[in-house]
Design a protein around this ligand. Structure first.
Ligand code: NOJ
Length: 577
């Protein structure tokens, strides 16, 4: 059986709006991506995932689609998209795109029809429920059908007077959820998926896929402050999602050789992930889970304390996913962040040891088993920006919360900014830092979003010419994964964690079970702290033959195997075990 192409892929996620502006309107676009393909080729990746570029009112930067068959004017044309695909394919780069199945924009014509009347043929494309009424002081008050919260703040229901009903919207009110109980919705998306597959894309990142099915519409009983309860179990990873995915597979996905990667929020477990990804189930190839996204002391540290990774938590989580998926012969997706999380450099790296700590993070993650996805700017160490005023935030969920907390409930605006700055999705969406010219080489016009103040020091051009840069370290890792004699070990080798209780070091091996005289094992060692740690590999792995052990990669340029690991030191060894 031939190996699936995506097992040999290294992905790179592009947040199109912030990546590169080709036509000087201050907004990134498709031609901007095409113009940067040579850079991506230089980096060495062979797969890109492009965030939504469809026609959209941009309430949620394109996750609110108003026409799935066309390209937003902000980003270009279908011809531009065709050119991008051709040029990417010429360079051996596959392209996957975001597929947004859970919702449309409220400006999609289906929804415009749907809200006209209950009898409209499109009404049932969405989830509508009648209001509830309660008596308060003798007055009849209209209430939402359930007390469920939306991910973006407030209720997950929105009232429409014309039909005297609420529609469901688990994100913003401009993003009504689709009703998969109606088979015509599936029919519509079969056409949409078929269109893009015939157009030439190589697969999809399935947005918010965990949420397609909803539970019975009864109030949540969880205890939480506020009127609306953040009970994601009401619409996450329910059985019916699998029925829908199987149908999509049977009717359209299976006709093409695609990569299907699902975003599974709502606290998906390894067990859930296996239901999506076991090859025999014919649903998806891999999923993005969010377990490792908040493993630091940010929320509990005293103000003068340093930000630190919770090493044991992080190891436990990665270990659970690697062994859980590999043991079941499924597949994993490896990533530090996407467009919804803070920058990993600000989140898990150590500002005092910036270069070493960003490198060790890359080293520890990208030798694991699965397909890596690097988020644009991660490879140069882009950081969170400093938000100076509320105008610096562009994310609809921040704006919603600002309205509720500051405008309606009079929270202090400075305190609000302080509280959201660290976790806001805007952190990952600042302008890509290409060089040290004005606007970081992104555009000659005023960009739609802010740029980090550090762009003169942290930028692609500067790092390209610096042999010791993070960018060149990423290139090395990518080359080792894709082209070195160790590539099969990295793709297929068994993952096994060593010294799981060590509070400083993350050590794992990747081992191929083949009888050969060649090296069959990689040992990946990362010191995730600012402590100098004594370390003897032959007392950890007593059967190792040190004379036949080679250094594959080191962020301290080691020539000999060290007996002490310096601050944030990382090293990869090749041996035969
Ligand atoms: C997940 C996406 O990553 C996020 O950016 C978006 O807001 C929601 N899904 C809704 O589509």
């Amino acid at each position: 059986m031939s190996t699936k192409w995506w097992k040999d892929s290294i992905g790179y996620q592009i947040y199109i709006r912030s990546f590169k502006d080709s036509n000087n309107d201050g907004i990134g676009d498709i031609k901007g991506i095409t113009n940067k393909l040579d850079y991506l080729h230089f980096l060495g990746i062979n797969l890109i995932w492009i965030c939504p570029f469809y026609k959209s009112p941009m309430d949620d930067n394109g996750y609110d689609v108003s026409d799935f068959f066309s390209v937003s004017e902000d980003y270009g044309t279908l011809e531009d998209m065709k050119e991008l695909l051709n040029e990417a394919h010429k360079r051996g780069i596959k392209v996957i795109i975001d597929l947004i199945l859970n919702q449309t924009s409220d400006e999609h014509w289906w929804f415009k029809e749907a809200k006209k009347s209950k009898n409209n043929p499109y009404h049932d494309y969405y989830i509508w429920k009648d209001p509830r009424y309660i008596n308060v002081d003798g007055k009849r008050i209209r209430k939402e059908p359930t007390n469920w919260a939306s991910f973006f703040g407030g209720s997950c229901w929105e009232y429409v007077e014309e039909v005297d009903q609420y529609y469901m919207k688990i994100f913003s009110k401009k993003m009504p959820d689709l009703n998969y109980e109606n088979s015509r919705v599936i029919d519509e998306f079969v056409k949409i998926i078929d269109f893009w597959c015939s157009f030439g894309v190589d697969g999809f990142r399935l947005d918010a896929i965990a949420h397609l099915a909803k539970s019975e519409f009864r109030d949540s009983l969880i205890e939480a402050d506020g009127e609306y309860k953040p009970d994601w179990s009401k619409f996450s990873n329910l059985d019916k999602v699998h029925t829908y995915l199987k149908e999509f597979n049977r009717r359209v996905f299976s006709k093409y050789d695609l990569l299907l990667v699902g975003e599974v929020g709502g606290n998906a477990t390894v067990k859930d992930a296996l239901l999506y990804t076991l090859p025999s189930r014919r649903e998806l190839n891999m999923v993005f889970n969010f377990d490792h996204n908040w493993c630091n002391n940010k929320w509990e540290k005293a103000p003068d304390e340093k930000m630190r990774i919770k090493v044991l938590d992080l190891k436990k989580i990665f270990n659970k996913w690697e062994t859980g998926l590999q043991g079941a012969r499924s597949w994993n997706a490896l990533y530090w962040l996407n467009h919804d999380q803070p920058r990993v450099a600000s989140h898990y790296a150590d500002m005092q040891y910036f270069e070493k700590s960003t490198k060790v993070l890359a080293l520890v993650l990208y030798f694991m088993w699965g397909t890596p996805f690097i988020y644009n700017g991660e490879e140069i160490g882009m950081t969170n920006p400093t938000f100076k005023s509320i105008d610096d935030f562009k994310d609809v969920s921040v704006k919603n919360c600002y309205q509720i907390e500051v405008v309606e409930n009079k929270k202090d605006s400075k305190k609000f900014i302080e509280d959201v700055s660290y976790s806001t999705r805007d952190n990952a969406r600042t302008i890509m830092q290409w060089d040290d010219s004005e606007n970081g080489g992104f555009s000659i016009c005023k960009p739609w979003n802010i740029i980090c103040d550090n762009y003169k020091e942290i930028n692609v051009e500067r790092e390209m010419y610096d042999k010791k840069s993070l960018l060149n370290f990423y290139r090395k890792i990518i080359k080792i994964r894709l082209e070195s004699e160790y590539k099969n070990i990295i793709r297929d080798g068994i993952y096994e964690q060593i010294e799981s209780e060590d509070e400083n070091l993350y050590i794992y091996i990747r081992k191929l079970k083949i009888q050969s005289k060649k090296n069959n094992t990689l040992i990946v060692i990362g010191n995730l702290t600012d402590k100098v740690v004594d370390f003897k590999i032959d007392s950890i792995l007593t059967n190792i033959d040190l004379n036949n052990t080679k250094i594959v990669l080191s962020n301290y340029d080691r020539r000999a195997i060290p007996e002490q690991l310096k601050e944030y030191e990382g090293i990869v060894l090749a041996t035969r075990l």
